[in-house]
Design a protein around this ligand. Structure first.
Ligand code: SAM
Length: 275
């Protein structure tokens, strides 16, 4: 999709702000080699680098990366799709903030690429939208689309349940160490026009299919529909639900036992090991 790069940091900085606790969960160590997958404008990558790690930011959007490189000239960024990126040397960790739910084509392929990029024992730490994320915003959007006779809007996100994502990680060769699924109501401090601004920023492809003369009334209707649940006296609040996880790449499987004569019973065999 085309990200509104110039407005992304200023208008929706809260996406990055919520990456803060994730860096502690990742716990980057000086000298570690870490990928920030779906790095956007590089805010989270910079936090990781501040801990002394060597960071490579990967993102599918050249426009986002141009901004990242301008803002963080000391860091490395490369354009790549999370579904099929490859690396030469293994990394110690892959981290991802607010990006995995945009990688909708094949979540298992993304997990497989992360696995391939990590050394055995390497960490995969991420935060993404979980099941129920932005439910009020999405219902307002869907209702408004129907009210205007537009059918169903195309929703570009993947918000998995904890059970589903845990299974994908385990099946993909990871041991899950932590998984949280939590409400994270978030002030839309710099998206003053609330739900309408949110849809314009995050669902531009759905809006692109709307006849131009309907866009403004449609957005106004979305605000009317979402306001009872999401507008407070102090401003709009997005009904975020986050899935946060930390997983470790399992060791490579040992090869098959070589053929040979059965082990001779030693003194300890067959006795209580005393544990
Ligand atoms: C909401 S932004 C989050 C950016 C950043 N991680 C942060 O915390 O601010 C999502 C990012 O994921 C990137 N993205 C989406 N799909 C991708 C894909 N298939 N491969 C690589 N990056 C992707 C987008 O280009 C965008 O920069």
């Amino acid at each position: 999709m085309n990200w509104a790069v110039t407005t992304y940091d200023s208008a929706f900085g809260y996406v990055s702000a919520h990456g803060a606790p994730l860096v502690d969960l990742l716990d980057p160590q000086p000298g570690e080699r870490i990928i920030d997958l779906g790095c956007g404008t590089g805010t989270f990558a910079a936090e990781i680098a501040e801990r002394g790690a060597e960071v490579l930011g990967i993102d599918g959007s050249p426009e986002m990366l141009a901004q990242a490189a301008a803002q963080h000239p000391g860091l490395s960024f490369v354009v790549g799709d999370a579904h099929d990126f490859t690396t030469t040397d293994p990394f110690d960790a892959v981290a991802s903030n607010a990006a995995l739910h945009w990688m909708t084509r094949d979540p298992d392929a993304v997990i497989a690429r992360v696995h391939a990029a990590l050394r055995p024992g390497g960490r995969f730490v991420g935060e993404l939208g979980g099941a129920g994320n932005c439910a009020e915003l999405i219902v307002a959007m869907q209702t408004a689309w129907r009210v205007f006779g537009l059918g169903e809007p195309e929703l570009p996100w993947y918000f998995p349940s904890p059970a589903e994502y845990a299974k994908r990680l385990e099946d993909g060769g990871f041991t899950l160490r932590l998984l949280e699924h939590a409400d994270r109501p978030s002030r839309m401090t710099e998206g003053p026009n609330g739900a309408a601004d949110w849809v314009s920023a995050y669902a531009p492809r759905a809006l692109a299919d709307v006849p131009p003369e309907l866009v403004e009334p449609l957005l106004a209707r979305i605000n009317d529909l979402a306001a009872p649940a999401l507008r407070r006296e102090s401003g709009w609040v997005a009904d975020y639900v986050r899935l946060r996880f930390a997983a470790v790449r399992k060791p490579d499987r040992a090869g098959p036992m070589p053929d040979g004569p059965p082990l001779a019973g030693g003194p300890g065999l067959g006795t209580d090991p005393g544990l």
